[in-house]
Each structure stands twice: as C-alpha cells, then as structure tokens.
Write a new protein. Structure first.
Length: 256
C-alpha cells in the first residue's frame, strides 16, 4: 500500500493493519496463560492482579466504542449480495466457494488471498482495501480456524463496514472465553487475538522511558522484546515493578 492508502485504511478500519504486522513469541503468551485465574477473571501474580480492560483493547485495535454500537453475533443469515458489493466478488462465486464443515460455514482463506492478488494485478485499489481488512478480521482478530474464515467473522466485518458496530467487545469476550477454556483443560494453548493480548502484556510489563501516544506506539518503543525470558520476567514481577497506568493517558500537572 502507498502511504495515502495506509492512511485511508487506518481511517476506515482502525489500527488492525499495524496489529497484523506484529510477531508474537508463543513462549510469551504461554507463560502469561499460566497466571490466569478463572474464578477472578484476571491474571494473579505474587502480590497483584491484572485485568484485561475494554478501554485498553479499544486503544490497541483502534476502533473506539464511543458513540457506536458494539457487535454481537445475531445468528441471522449472511447477506451474500452485500458481501459481493463490498468485496467485488460475484454472488454466484461466493456461494460456490462457501463451505460447510461440521456445521461451521466458512470461506477458504486461500480464496480471499487469491482475490486480493487479483485486485493488485488489476489495479483495483477500492476492493484491495476491503479484502485485506476481511482477512485481518478472520486471521488476526477472530482466528477460530487456520485455513478458513468463519461466516460469523464475515458478519462482524460487514456490520462494521455498514453500521460501524465495533468488534472490540467481541474480541475481548473471545479472549476471555479462550482463557477460560485453556484453564479448564489445563492447557497453555490459546486461539484468540494473541496480538492484542501480547501488546497489552508488553504495555504493562516492559518498562522504558519513552512517551508514546498510544498502546501500539508504546509496544514499538519497548526495547529488546525478543530477548526477554518471559517465564523469568513474569515470575519476578511484583506490584512495584509493573506499569499500572499507561503513559499515553497521563496528563501534565496543572497549576490552579
């Protein structure tokens, strides 16, 4: 994308493109999951607890809830004509590619990726913007399947596109649901928006002297994340060594 296209993308879809560029070391989230307390719905450490906050996820995803309605799955049938209009793919082709495995309806991820490449080759930049956004919804924000995009996720994308219903609440609910499931199964494997969880984790646990303006900028400033021994760091954390309040929310002292 050109700089102008990236700016237009952010203006329409928030910071999901920047979020998609982040690499998550699985050892970091695996170490964090071990501290999850299902009964308290928080992460419990030696002498403090941390809770995933909706306001923080708003900043990470870049889709504020203020003045908008949050998205919740409605269970109604997906409108193929509307999806066709948004993606520039004929309704007949969408219906042909729609899959139903074990009662879960979806599109193959490869099908959407091929359509994205077609848009690039044709110079069709309007649809090129919407197809990557849908892929990010299916691969990054709601990664329920490895090689497919659930139609519920497609519905979340469509209602945001048409009615600006924010996906942030659904993302946070999905993270909590996955953490609960992991806790019940005594497993450290989690399938949810790991990128948002990792950014949240770094914003509280990795200290630096920068002055970021948002959570993603804070993440980029944080030094040497790849060199961190996450198990040792989490085991050593106490209430005086974490960042309770995000620096981008701080306001200077005001003299009255």
């Amino acid at each position: 994308m050109t700089p102008q296209q990236c700016q237009d993308f952010v203006g329409t879809y928030g910071k999901i493109l920047d979020l998609a560029m982040i690499e998550v070391p699985i050892v970091a989230t695996t170490a964090l999951v071990q501290y999850y307390d299902q009964q308290m719905w928080c992460f419990t450490f030696k002498d403090f607890q941390l809770v995933l906050m909706l306001e923080e996820f708003e900043k990470i995803v870049g889709c504020p809830l203020g003045g908008t309605k949050p998205f919740f799955p409605s269970g109604h049938s997906l409108s193929m004509p509307r999806l066709s209009q948004v993606l520039g793919i004929p309704v007949t082709e969408l219906r042909e590619k729609k899959m139903n495995r074990n009662g879960v309806r979806s599109f193959p991820k490869k099908f959407m990726e091929d359509k994205e490449r077609e848009c690039v080759s044709k110079g069709d930049w309007g649809y090129f913007m919407t197809i990557p956004a849908l892929l990010i919804y299916g691969v990054v924000l709601f990664p329920s399947m490895i090689d497919r995009i659930d139609l519920v996720v497609v519905d979340a994308f469509l209602v945001y596109y048409y009615r600006w219903e924010s996906p942030v609440v659904a993302i946070l609910v999905d993270v909590y649901y996955t953490l609960d499931l992991s806790w019940e199964k005594k497993s450290t494997r989690v399938i949810c928006c790991l990128l948002a969880l990792y950014v949240w984790m770094v914003s509280h646990l990795v200290m630096h002297n920068g002055r970021p303006t948002c959570q993603l900028e804070d993440f980029c400033i944080a030094p040497d994340k790849s060199k961190i021994n996450w198990e040792e760091l989490l085991a050593s954390m106490i209430c005086s060594t974490i960042r309770w309040f995000p620096r981008w929310e701080e306001v200077p002292n005001v003299l009255c």
